[in-house]
Ligand binder design. Sequence first.
Ligand SMILES: [Zn+2]
Length: 278
Amino acid sequence: MSDKPCIICVAITGSVPKKENNPAVPITVTEQVESTQAAFEAGAAIAHCHVRNDDGSTTSSPERFGLLLEGLRKHCPGMIVQFSTGGRSGAGAERGGMLPLKPDMASLAVGSVNFPTRVYDNAPDLVDWLAGEMLSRHIKPEIEAFDLSHVFQAVAMQKAGRLTGPLYVQFVMGIKNAMPVDREVFDFYVRTLNRIAPDANWCAAGIGRNQLTVVEWCVANGGHTRTGLEDNVRLDKDNLAPSNAALVELAVQICGKYERPVATPAQARQIIGLGDAA
Ligand SMILES: [Zn+2]
């Protein structure tokens, strides 16, 4: 049990789910801003963002990211905006083309892994370049750990001054061909991170039907957590989630069950080591 505030991140869109999977997946910037605002009001402190073209196809257009950032700053005051530099929406340097917009945070994968149908390719030179772009602009990375080696790599990069501490590390579990949703593995990750980077903060994301299970593990073990339609489009086995906010509400309920206060954006900024809201 912990009375430490729990930061809830909402991953609103991603690059995979489509309207056909769930009509509540926000695609246009207007939809994204509306969906995030409701999730923000439900308790989310971080918005993890990808952008799409209006037809739903993936893009990493800095223009779109700029419009989204503007909308979120206006409608979700203080919320932490995190841009994805993930590889499903672009390749190479395209993946960091929006960083000059200076979001509060950006996701950073520090190594490669297999995804369901391809290699998620994060070559060392690209990782170094993305990390450097974030470092020079004071953008806090969220380290996406798809594998144990990624945890060690992030700590090594911090020690070398290529990432600023304290680290914010997310364990990503449940992607086919990558790390499974496994309780003992989860415990081992938390223990290992605490051992090699005692000042690091951590959260975890459960992809697909195990989303809520992973949320509960995070909350019960003093971590932070992530939910949202990017990772899972269902409320439960039989029903689609009506919104991102509905998924955030489930996470808030779990915080209540474990007597964890839900972190306000200001508390989340302090925990993660960000400056005040822009
Ligand atoms: Zn993402």
